[in-house]
Ligand binder design. Structure first.
Ligand code: CAA
Length: 705
């Protein structure tokens, strides 16, 4: 079957892109489109053309897999083909449905008129791939939708609804009904335009949308200022702005040339490669080699959550947000009431910010039922335990759940550190037990580490991975170990941050380097946000269990313990590593600086100048090294899964592709050698993992595994 199917509707030619699953504009599609344009141009039997996509969408743009490859010589580039499409003297109408993204929307903009069906998403998400719309999108969208709208859409990469697109003038006509109804409307429009005999309304020739930039030439600089924080360390967003600016100041042909040159500068850069990696990593993560796609799943029509503290309450909201009724259990009525009140308060805050309607809040609250007896969970499809992190407590609870819950119910634990196998052993059905590790705040963070125990069945894994998507989460399947993937790696990073301040850096130095690298905040601001008392309690417990001694030869908690003893728990107490007298902005505090310096002296460490590069390497290389150990142990299935954990759980910048991909771009030889040096200088905890050393010796990267 051809990649572009041609049909006739009377005297209108209908071109259907046919490249499942998303009608990507790979070279066979471009070849088909190109040939059709040449053929139809002078066909006396054809008065007009309708372009659409076969299957579930119009078109999701360039075939991302083709980036970096060379197509056969005779296949022309998309921008040239779209120029020819737009230049046709016969009316060309796009029948848009499902998705028109990237090159897909550029194709629609190359048409003279756009008809669009319901529930359609339109946009230019190229920036999320580290590139820019390279087939005329930066030139045609501002002409059609206005410079301001185009800048916002292109720089954010946001897909808009068909209604928003219609309001912005991107879509000319909205049609209710199925794809056939959209095609019928497009054909009628093409017939009417042909009958009217007027010259085609070419997007590239329009100037109405450019007026606002002529009236306010400072608009581009203002926009650059407004995006500076979000776009730090990236090139593509700025290139997008330059191109839209070119649209406002250059003739179309010149602007298109400028766009092409900017596109070519970006497409093979590390930023674009990292973001392409992120795109495919996020899709790969859902696939589990030993759990085939056709594995049966269990229906999840309701859920139970045990514990209505910060985590339990957040998890209950996640279910309610997805429209799944959820029963929350707390042993004491007072704790239950307080937990439910907190949930209500969270929703009310969203309502007051205008991001949720009161009606929707009421609907969601209506899906949450509070109870004080576990017996109420007898008919529940999945139960998620989110109680105090203590093995005895959890085992007792799971034994009870085993006797209460119906056969086939999924018994899940939100533990962040404990052994899921041991928890499962408290039940008579370990195959139905799994870990679902949400990240705080559970209703906001997208990461969900699904922890498979030794006996967890394929059916349960398939169900929970599917449920993750239903809940709007990115589910990553991991194995059992202390801290799983994310927190185990985080531990390395935090430890080195603590050592760095003992050796000469200050919290604000470490945080600045990490922020500039692209994470949303540095380790110290992160601890202040999470609450320093959490780590304090964990350290005390570890020391107690280790016969009163720290577990590492060099203790990293000396300063942290001191600040906790002072009650500086972080944002919630107004002071932590930083002071928060002016709200949520961390302000360096001379008191902390004094404590740090005093501690260095007590420990006999002579403080020294620490470079930004050392801060980066000391914090991130051990994190990568731990990722390598995790891979070696089979705790994560793929290096790209580790990247997804870090991008979605900790805000590791997408334009670096996640820690393992980033490590490949640095070079594993460099990292292995640095770890060997760190091991000599600091101690055995910095020893490079055997996998890291092996890959480095073989000249390979994690991507080669
Ligand atoms: N190229 C190649 N493969 C693509 C693709 C693309 N543009 N878009 C999606 N796919 C693949 C996915 O990798 C996935 O493959 P597997 O099943 O093998 O994993 C499959 O299509 C289905 O994709 P999703 O799972 O993402 O499906 P969805 O229904 O959840 O989402 C979508 C559909 C909204 C279109 C989403 O796939 C998406 O956002 N795609 C990317 C859109 C995009 O960024 N387009 C710009 C491309 S760059 C460009 O166009 C440059 C230019 O200027 C010409």
């Amino acid at each position: 079957m051809s990649a572009v199917i041609e049909e006739r509707r009377g005297r209108i030619a209908l071109l259907k892109l046919n490249n499942p699953p998303v009608n990507g504009l790979g070279w066979p599609v471009r070849e088909g489109l190109d040939a059709a344009i040449v053929r139809l141009k002078d066909d006396p039997e054809v008065d007009g053309v309708v372009v659409t996509g076969d299957g579930r969408m119009f078109c999701a743009g360039a075939d991302i897999r083709e980036f970096g490859t060379t197509p056969p010589e005779h296949v022309r580039r998309l921008p040239e083909i779209l120029d020819d499409l737009e230049a046709l003297d016969k009316p060309v109408v796009a029948a848009v449905h499902g998705v028109a993204a990237g090159g897909g929307l550029e194709l629609a903009l190359g048409c003279h008129h756009r008809v669009c069906g319901p529930k359609t998403k339109l946009g230019l998400p190229e920036v999320t791939l580290g590139i820019l719309p390279g087939a005329g999108g930066t030139q045609r969208l501002p002409r059609v939708a206005g410079v301001g709208k185009a800048l916002e859409m292109i720089v954010s990469g946001r897909l808009v609804s068909e209604k928003e697109a219609a309001k912005a003038g991107i879509v000319d006509e909205l049609v209710e009904g199925d794809v056939e109804a959209v095609i019928d409307a497009a054909v009628k429009k093409a017939e009417a335009l042909a009958a009217a005999g007027e010259p085609p309304r070419r997007s590239g020739e329009r100037t109405d949308g450019l007026q606002e930039a002529k009236d306010n030439p400072g608009l581009f600089d203002e926009f650059r200022k407004s995006m500076a924080k979000r776009a730090r360390g990236m090139n593509a967003p700025y290139a997008c702005v330059r191109c839209v600016e070119a649209a406002a100041t250059m003739a179309l042909a010149e602007g298109l040339k400028f766009e092409r040159a900017e596109f070519m500068k970006l497409v093979n850069e590390v930023e674009a490669k990292s973001m392409r990696h992120a795109f495919f990593a996020e899709r790969e993560v859902a696939k589990v080699p030993d759990v085939p796609a056709d594995t049966p799943t269990r229906p999840i029509q309701n859920a139970g959550v045990i514990g209505c503290g910060t985590m339990g309450g957040g998890i209950a909201m996640v279910f309610a947000n997805a429209g799944i009724p959820v029963t929350v259990v707390e042993a004491e009525q007072a704790a239950l009431d307080a937990g439910l009140e907190k949930i209500r308060g969270n929703y009310a805050a969203t309502v007051s910010k205008g991001r949720l309607s009161q009606e929707e809040m009421d609907k969601r609250m209506g899906l949450i039922t509070g109870v004080t007896d576990l017996v109420e969970l007898a008919a529940t499809d999945i139960v998620i335990e989110a109680v105090f992190e203590n093995m005895d407590v959890k085992k007792e609870l799971f034994a009870k759940l085993d006797s209460v819950c119906k056969p086939g119910a999924i018994l899940a634990t939100n533990t962040s550190t404990l052994d899921v196998n041991e928890i499962a052993s408290a039940t008579s059905r370990p195959a139905d037990v799994i870990g679902t590790h949400f990240f705080s705040p559970a209703n906001v963070m997208r990461l969900l580490e699904n922890v498979r125990g030794e006996q967890t069945s394929a059916e349960i894994i398939a169900t929970v991975m599917k449920l993750s998507k239903t809940l709007g989460k990115v589910g990553v399947l991991v194995g059992v170990c202390h801290g799983f993937v994310g927190n185990r790696m985080l531990h390395q990073y935090l430890r080195e941050a603590m050592f760095l301040i003992e050796e000469g850096a200050l919290p604000q130095d470490v945080d600045r380097v990490i922020y500039e690298f692209g994470l949303p905040m540095g380790p110290f601001a992160m601890c202040d946000l999470a609450g320093n008392d959490v780590g304090w309690r964990v350290r005390q417990e570890q020391i107690k269990n280790n016969g009163g001694k720290p577990t590492n030869a060099r203790y990293s908690g000396t300063v942290a313990d001191k600040i906790c003893e002072m009650g500086r728990f972080g944002q919630k107490t107004g002071k932590g590593w930083f002071s928060y007298e002016n709200g949520r902005t961390p302000m360096p505090d001379p008191e902390i600086e004094a404590i740090i310096k005093e501690t260095s002296a007590e420990l006999g460490i002579e403080r020294r100048e620490i470079s930004d590069q050392e801060i980066l390497e000391r914090c991130l290389y051990p994190l990568v090294n731990e990722g390598a150990k995790i891979l070696d142990e089979g705790i994560a299935m793929r290096a790209s899964d580790v990247d997804v954990v870090w991008m979605h759980g900790y805000g590791f910048p997408r334009h670096r592709g996640g820690p393992m991909f980033w490590a490949d771009t640095v070079g594993l030889k460099t990292i292995a050698e640095a770890m060997q040096r760190f091991e000599k200088e600091h101690g055995p905890w910095m020893a490079p993992s055997p996998l890291l050393v092996r890959l480095a010796d073989e000249g390979k990267g994690f991507g080669d595994l």
